[in-house]
Write a protein that binds this ligand. Sequence first.
Ligand code: F6P
Length: 361
Amino acid sequence: MLFLRAFFFFINRKRFSFCVNWFIIFKRLRFGSMSKKIEKIGVLTSGGDAPGMNAAIRAVVRACAYYDLGCVGIYRGYQGLIDKDFEELAARSVRNIINRGGTFLKSARCAAFRTEEGRALAHQNLVEAGIDALVVIGGDGSFTGALRLKEEHGFPVIGIPATIDNDINGTDYTIGYDTALNTVVDAIDKIRDTASSHNRLFLVEVMGRDAGDIALNSGVGAGAEEILIPEEDKGIEHLIESLKRSKKSGKTSSIIVVAEGERSGKNILELAEIIGTKVTGYDIRVSVLGHIQRGGAPSCYDRVLASKLGVGAVDALLKGESNVMVGITNRKVTSVAFEIAIKKQRPLDTDLRRVLNITTI
Ligand code: F6P
């Protein structure tokens, strides 16, 4: 009889999922980590800022509040760990920041944290503040630091990929990349107005460090004539030939997107000069977009991604995971070891390259 009652109680789907959810939350709170129960989480942003970092901090802080965990914001990345620049954060501390670019916790590239002594001091400060685990929001350099902290001191760390470069393994997208792409496409659209009004050839330099994702995708999205990216070295002659062909086909203006890390060995001004001597009939101009690509309000995609990964990071810690980055693969939050995340081996999207070649005929 009792069994039947329990059975009928549970086949009510709403009640069933309610009970399961509370069981999971209880289990996470009670047995969050096999090694040490996690009660307080530190969060920091490190490396170059990226739009959506604030949304990620907000999600981490609110997930902590949801699970009744303490949360400590660490200012200026690893530098703040060394200087003990900490502040307790509650759910309301992160109001009205989901729409803001940059990072309110500020960011820094910290030389002291690259030394063993620096990391030992950082660890000591974490322990003294009662912080049991750390969420690091940043790029590959930041994850390398996190890896050392885990290796040398066994401190639990979870990474959230945030960089406009989209150069992290094990995630389809990094936070900030989508916003940067939209900024670049918007800028190139504006440049196109002048290019077509004056029959000009524009070379537009975009960021991305050693990755060509911003250049390739904005190139396709903004209808650029050619792109130069670090993943392929086609040589300047190839570019000249392509420009001559398009001139012959009747094009009166052109845009070339140049990734800052491309491999011709020339800077953008030198490239413009070489092209000027070999392709006639164009008035050539150069535009370096620079840090406007890192600023501005995050796109909706970046806000959603940051929210998912922020919650995912706290979930991962409570499941006892550590030394991993939470990323997004086919819309699902997944965990990947730091060692894999920081390996520079993302292959070129050859199909997108092909699409560019076809659509610029
Ligand atoms: O990693 C983000 C990024 O904006 C790169 O695209 C660029 O190469 C670099 O940072 C610029 O760094 P900084 O702001 O230190 O000049």
